[in-house]
Design a protein around this ligand. Sequence first.
Ligand code: NAP
Length: 283
Amino acid sequence: MEYAKLSDGNQMPMLGYGVFQIDDATTERCVTDALEVGYRLIDTAQAYGNERGVGAAMAASGVKREDIFLVDKVWITNYGDGKTYDSIKRSLELLGTDYIDLMLLHQAYNDYHAAWRDVIRAHKEGLVRSIGVSNFDPVRLADLNAFAEEPAVVNQVETHVFWQQKPAHENMVNLGVQHMSWGPFAEGANNFFKNPLLAQIGEAHGKGVGQVALRYLIDMGVVVIPKSTHKERMAENLDVFDFQLTDDERTQIATLDGGRSLIFDHSNPSFIGPWLKSVAESL
Ligand code: NAP
């Protein structure tokens, strides 16, 4: 495993396992499998509804708590003075642990400054060890860190070979914020696993399309959290530390960058506006 050193002094694995869109019971089985094949970073979120399953798998795994890097995210309906803090306490109960390694604000909507103050409080009390955000564009990240008592040390954003996020990445590097990818396989979009360039490069190394894509992002300095519900694919996705891409191969993969979201475009008001309205109405 390779590790990223965070600007708060903590370190996190460069590759972990994400549990988006997996129900709670299946999550328990999947995280059990993931820990068995060797993953030591697990990424969940309040909004996924599977924190209990993550916690149950961790408890039964026999892996020491301090050997697991646990990432969680506060959902936007839990933003607010006191409300965010209470939601973190609830998450800890569901996860069956007394600390979370990295707590993120899930999105830059609603009152994220108030939410951030609560995250800082949880950090000071040792309930969370590192603090960061997700889906914050460079302007929102600057806004948060400018007014915050403590800065975000990680930003998890949609990043894959088809949207490599180079300007946002450079901005994060300049701010000392660790770039973390979500959707490293673009959730299969664009016929991801059949991409001819990635397949051809993989062939030269005895590796698959997904493995080449993960190695490329890790080489960029980006933490990746691929998801699979299949144990053999979990093992395959973790097996990316025994080969190196050449400069020429990286240059070729750079050309796949389309420069835009393929999954959930936070910059598109005609999509985000109605979606946020429905989230607010569900409160
Ligand atoms: P992803 O990891 O890009 O892609 C997952 C898809 O790839 C699944 O359909 C999976 O199918 C397939 N797959 C995985 N490994 C494969 C392999 N070796 N060969 C063929 N197919 C393979 O998508 P994601 O789950 O959206 O993203 C990863 C994690 O990022 C999430 O689980 C979550 O933790 C995080 N995330 C965060 C946000 C955010 O807003 N912060 C948003 C989305 C996701 P099978 O399961 O059938 O193998």
